[in-house]
Ligand binder design. Structure first.
Ligand code: ZN
Length: 49
């Protein structure tokens, strides 16, 4: 089981995705390339609380 976190586009700050993360395994802030509908392209999405 992990905690639910939100993923935010680092360019427009839109919260596009939510996912789960096990903080005992992934201590660093998660960053993923995902498609942003507002930017209409793939951007870096960052974990927010
Ligand atoms: Zn965006």
């Amino acid at each position: 089981m992990g905690d639910i976190i939100s993923m935010e586009c680092t360019e427009c700050r839109e919260r596009n995705y939510s996912t789960t993360k096990n903080k005992k395994i992934h201590r660093d802030r998660l960053e993923l390339k995902k498609y942003c509908r507002r930017c209409r392209r793939h951007t870096t999405h960052r974990e927010i609380k």
